[in-house]
Design a protein around this ligand. Structure first.
Ligand SMILES: NC(=O)c1ccc[n+]([C@@H]2O[C@H](COP(=O)([O-])OP(=O)(O)OC[C@H]3O[C@@H](n4cnc5c(N)ncnc54)[C@H](OP(=O)(O)O)[C@@H]3O)[C@@H](O)[C@H]2O)c1
Length: 289
């Protein structure tokens, strides 16, 4: 089976690429930054067609997106082009190739008034990122058999990524204070486990919307404290703050998070507890020291 990972240079795409290699699948990855990747820019239709022509995939993971939530607010047209129109282009190429499409979506399709949310809760995004990702999700799901995986607060040990855990490690090392929201509730999700669930759901030919997140619902500050405990860091550099004090440009869903009953019923498992995944990262950090 030939797998195309759109956005293989990112955190989730990188975890998927490693897993596909371990499972001995023929895998192609894209990036706009060359070197070992097929070139693909979601804002450039000809590059999307070119990557599909080169890979001739059976299965496509669409991980690429404009993921900086505040930048989406600053540049709404670019966000719409990448997050909403890009997935429509990819879905059309999948239709032509007869490939299955797996789209990565987000809990930011909700307003955060009453999470955690099930798959059938009505979407109500409060930011450009959330609105454009929801449009992308709809464009992907317009393709027969497509799968949309909603996830959140994805973390991993990845030196190329600025995910929350890598920011925490970097601030702890430099001694820089880190302001962390204590009122944003969600389910931290370990990227390698998200990748494994995504590949397994695709293998089961799951379709429609599935929530794929870690089992623990907590606020970001508590997540940071758990990470410090796992890594042996003194948490004194952490400063709990209300979201309203952080001056972020885009509105955040506060009481967010996602329910995973549908995932558990389909896969026969949930993702492992956050402590288990943080322990794995602690072991990697130790190796690097
Ligand atoms: N991280 C999270 O906490 C989180 C939460 C919910 C949902 N998600 C969703 O999960 C997916 C993966 O997230 P991630 O954490 O892996 O993101 P990431 O690490 O920020 O990676 C983003 C990827 O998108 C690619 N990209 C950006 N602009 C592009 C464009 N115009 N055309 C093509 N590719 C472009 C980047 O590739 P190059 O720059 O190399 O081209 C990179 O591979 C995204 O769809 C995101 O919306 C993530």
């Amino acid at each position: 089976m030939k797998v195309l990972i759109i956005g293989a240079s990112g955190q989730v795409g990188g975890a998927l690429a490693s897993l596909c290699v371990r499972r001995r699948l023929e895998v192609y990855g894209t990036s706009r930054r060359g070197q070992g990747f097929l070139y693909l820019d979601l804002a450039d239709p000809s590059s999307v067609a070119g990557a599909f022509k080169a890979a001739a995939p059976d299965l496509v993971f669409l991980c690429s997106a404009m993921t900086n939530v505040d930048n989406c607010e600053r540049e709404p047209e670019l966000a719409r082009s990448v997050n909403a129109e890009g997935p429509a282009l990819a879905a059309e190429e999948c239709r032509k190739a007869g490939a299955k499409l797996v789209y990565f979506s987000t809990e930011y399709v909700f307003d955060g008034a009453s999470g955690p949310y099930g798959e059938d809760a009505p979407a109500c995004p409060v930011s450009v990122y959330g609105r454009t990702k929801l449009e992308g999700e709809k464009a992907a799901l317009a393709l027969d058999g497509a799968l949309a995986l909603r996830t959140t607060v994805v973390y991993s040990h990845n030196t190329a990524s600025k995910n929350f855990i890598m920011q925490l490690v970097s601030n702890s090392r430099s001694g820089a204070k880190m302001r962390v929201p204590s009122d944003q509730f969600s389910n931290p999700t370990y990227a390698p486990e998200l990748a494994a669930a995504a590949l397994d759901l695709a293998g089961l030919d799951a379709a429609g919307v599935y929530n794929v997140v870690g089992p623990d619902w907590m606020n970001r500050y508590d997540f940071a404290l758990k990470a410090c405990a796992a890594f042996g860091f003194d948490p004194a550099f952490l400063e709990p703050r209300l979201t309203s004090e952080l001056g972020q440009i885009a509105a955040r869903p506060l009481k967010a998070g996602l329910k995973t009953e549908k995932l558990a019923a389909k896969l026969g498992r949930r993702l492992p507890p956050v402590e288990d995944s943080l322990r794995k990262i602690a072991a990697i950090i130790k190796q690097y020291e």
